[in-house]
Design a protein around this ligand. Structure first.
Ligand SMILES: *[C@@H]1O[C@H](CO)[C@@H](O)[C@H](O)[C@H]1NC(C)=O
Ligand SMILES: *[C@@H]1O[C@H](CO)[C@@H](O)[C@H](O)[C@H]1NC(C)=O
Ligand SMILES: *[C@@H]1O[C@H](CO)[C@@H](O)[C@H](O)[C@H]1NC(C)=O
Length: 136
């Protein structure tokens, strides 16, 4: 009997934890209505990023058609120069979801033509989750 209560308590706590994590993660549609496309002005995606708060556990969704867009996850140097010398990961199948699973800076650009130079690039700073850490 005591053991059963103990187990149900654990399940109760774990369920609460899972719901907590679920409720506290946000999926960000990159660029909102524009999606992942050539922006109207070069700083568009940086403005978009400044309008959002990114926390560990969140996801980015890049909405684009395969063949006319890519998402390259790169380091800062490649981001600054629109080069792909040290690509961390390439997404090209369209509508890519990128999990933000650690704190820090994430850099992305589109490797098609001169799109990166024209502003189809995104830098987001992801914050650690202090409340989640406290719970764990
Ligand atoms: C950022 O937020 C401002 C103020 O709400 C808004 O006017 C602007 O269009 C937003 N820009 C982007 C790129 O989301
Ligand atoms: C790339 O950009 C960095 C700045 O982040 C700069 O210091 C470096 O010289 C550039 N490298 C090339 C090959 O252009
Ligand atoms: C991407 O998502 C949009 C909106 O949900 C949808 O209209 C489009 O067909 C999707 N494209 C691909 C390649 O999955």
């Amino acid at each position: 009997m005591a053991e059963k209560m103990h187990l149900s308590f654990i399940i109760f706590v774990m369920t609460g934890f899972i719901i907590f994590v679920y409720v506290n993660s946000t999926t960000h549609l990159v660029g909102d209505k524009l999606g992942w496309n050539l922006p109207g002005y070069p700083k568009y995606y940086q403005d978009w990023a400044n309008n959002h708060t990114f926390v560990v556990g969140d996801k980015l969704v890049f909405q684009y058609h395969p063949g006319i867009g890519t998402v390259l996850h790169v380091n800062k140097e490649d981001f600054d120069n629109c080069t792909n010398r040290n690509t961390i990961r390439t997404y090209f199948r369209g509508n890519s979801t990128v999990p933000l699973d650690r704190p820090g800076d994430y850099y992305f650009f589109c490797s098609v033509g001169k799109r990166c130079e024209l502003g189809q690039k995104l830098w987001v700073r992801v914050q650690g989750k202090t409340s989640r850490k406290a719970l764990m």
